[in-house]
Design a protein around this ligand. Structure first.
Ligand code: GZL
Length: 307
């Protein structure tokens, strides 16, 4: 078939430069900001043309962005689905347009595995389990009830669902652990503070806060202090993400354990997208490496913390 200039048979620009359309969740947390920076910096470094959209945590905006990437005939679409469900229709449109899709950070619950070529991100169930395992050890000698309040992530999101189930599994062996209240703080500081204020009013005894991310934990810390209590002492706090501001709080004794969730996925995403464009086979599931931090470890890591 003849094709003039740099056009190719399917009408895509084929000047060799890779164009990725990325539909980001929003800018709700320190983690998300670091994730966005990692993707934008990696695209520059890799010489990739990045079309980037911020959905302000709304699924309909992500779907609109994906449709616009299809119209623009990008080479690869990548996105972090704000919630797990409701993606099949738009992903089928991408498939019909022969544009491969890579999931980063969060997963979808689509049964049709042909709708995306790879999922690069953390294992959130494991993160929840790490948080629960720490709590079980921390309270091994305690005899009375350990009353836990839980700040959940965005309702319907993979991290909220999985961090909740991983944590619940880890503590279910001992009936002294009681989750007395659990509500979404939508991964933000403001909502985390608001919900913690409500918990403090409604719960006679709170021993532990389990926050699905550091931003909600940091908001809760403000509420706890405004209530005249000492975070990290009167109410122990276990959180997830491992962002710099949480490490500062840990160095002040306000957060007792932090399960890292690595946002620096940019370089891996660019490498993956290049392979996909070149028609090479890629792993369907690429799990991010990440650890856990005690206050001592966080204090030591603080000076060099990238995010
Ligand atoms: C987890 C990511 C979550 C972070 C939050 O990979 O999806 O979203 O834990 C962020 O801080 O809002």
């Amino acid at each position: 078939a003849c094709s003039s200039g740099s056009g190719s048979a399917d009408g895509k620009k084929s000047d060799g430069k890779l164009t990725i359309g990325f539909a980001q969740v929003g800018a709700e947390s320190g983690w998300r900001t670091a994730n966005t920076k990692s993707i934008q910096d990696a695209a520059k470094k890799a010489g990739v043309t990045l079309k980037f959209s911020d959905a302000q945590q709304k699924q309909e905006n992500q779907i609109k962005a994906i449709r616009s990437f299809i119209q623009q005939k990008v080479d690869v679409i990548a996105f972090s689905p704000v919630v797990e469900s409701g993606w099949d229709t738009v992903l089928k449109e991408a498939k019909n347009a022969h544009i491969p899709v890579i999931l980063t950070d969060r997963a979808v619950d689509s049964k049709d595995e042909s709708l995306y070529v790879s999922f690069l991100g953390s294992d959130f169930v494991e993160e929840g389990k790490k948080a629960g395992d720490w709590l079980v050890k921390e309270y091994a000698a305690a005899s009375g009830d350990v009353n836990i309040v839980q700040l959940e992530g965005t309702t319907g999101s993979a991290p909220a669902n999985d961090r909740k189930s991983g944590f619940a599994d880890a503590i279910k062996g001992d009936p002294k652990f009681k989750v007395v209240a659990s509500q979404t703080g939508d991964f933000t500081r403001a909502k985390g503070k608001e919900v913690m204020q409500a918990f403090l009013k409604s719960q006679p005894k709170i021993d532990v806060l389990y926050a699905h991310n550091d931003d909600m934990a940091l908001g809760a810390i403000q509420a706890i202090e405004e209530a005249g209590k000492k975070p990290g002492t009167d109410i122990k706090i276990v959180s997830v993400d491992g962002v710099k501001d949480a490490f500062t709080a840990m160095s002040q004794g306000k957060i007792n354990f932090d399960v890292e969730c690595n946002p620096l996925l940019g370089d891996q995403l660019m490498e993956l997208a290049k392979k996909v464009k070149a028609g090479e086979s890629v792993e369907r599931r690429i799990k991010t490496e990440e650890g856990t931090f005690t206050p001592e470890q966080a204090t030591a890591a603080l000076p060099n913390r990238q995010y």
